[in-house]
Write a protein that binds this ligand. Sequence first.
Ligand SMILES: Cc1ncc(COP(=O)(O)O)c(C=O)c1O
Length: 396
Amino acid sequence: MLPPVNSSHRRALDPINTPSRLLLGPGPSNAHPTVLEALSRTPIGHLDPLYVELMGEVQELLRYAWQTENRLTIPMSGTGSAAMEATLANTIEPGDTVLVAVIGYFGLRLADMAGRYRANVITIEKPWGEAFSLAELEQAVATHKPTILAMVHAETSTGVCQPMEGIGDLCRANDCLLLLDTVTSLGGVPLFLDAWKVDLAYSCSQKGLSCPPGLGPFTMGPRAEAKMMGRSGKVPNWYLDVTLLNQYWGSDRVYHHTAPVNMNFGMREALRLLADEGLESAWARHRSNAERLWAGLERLGLELHVPEHLRLPTLTTVRIPEGVDGKAFSLHLLNTHGIEMGGGLGALAGKVWRIGLMGYNSQPENVDRLLNLLERDLPAFRTGSAAAAPQPVAAL
Ligand SMILES: Cc1ncc(COP(=O)(O)O)c(C=O)c1O
């Protein structure tokens, strides 16, 4: 007889029982109810003609969300990092110079990945909470003459939105590809990939698109495609090889891997909801709820980390007040009220909270609920207060 399941994991035999949370952190955010319904549909085959039609619909809707006409626009099977890696794996050849303009944690991830594909990686970095000016980028491009300039549009670690004016023209004038991380901007912040002359971009399913994590939207324009097709060897990553994936997502519909069909059901519904609302309305909704949050936080005497003109509507960084145990307060919100708020990453660890208002969660009721709790409960977490002791983590 086989031994029973390890006794320390006895609860693994109980039916799953996860709590309902309000996810106001850096992502994932809550999925829209009709997206959850789409996810729970009976799977169909990944080569079923009906599924093949759905693939085309997802591509069309993604192009709309990104404002691009790129033929090679697909949801990568995997999270945002998979799509991030796909942009680099397909275009870098060993020795290519990749200039990464780092404004936070995810720029560093881009640099790490590019190095793994044997690029000559050069980073320039701003203090976390700032963005690059066009003049700074012009100087760096003139000095380093990169093949690819990689940057993050919406830096989730700092809450900064990188202004994009002129960067695409700069890249074209210097025969350089422009690669943009839009993980925390797609669906929530104005994005015009073609007008901005972005050659490569990626995103995720779990933030502005109101879908759970699992897919990484990817897009590649004609200049990047030419670079990929001109490479001297195979793309050094089989799973993310767009020349192979295109045979499935392009007209041939040749099997590459078994697509996560239900995730694509969810993605189709999420993108349909976005198109139904209209991009401009969705952007305006994110903006007005973020402004409501910023005004409320300032009313409470809390300090925002990023100057207003650079602030992301999807992610706000708030400085943890002197004398407050930021982690204990986040745990209190989670355990007592079922609300998730993020902590700082990298250079901002322990210094800020990160509040996400993304996709389905960008609603005034959510803003007011959080502000009310901050007003009522935060004073007890200041040094010397009896309630400042960390709370235990609730069991799922
Ligand atoms: C700006 C940015 N880039 C990339 C990623 C990586 O995406 P994922 O965690 O879905 O792999 C994240 C995740 O939060 C992000 O915020």
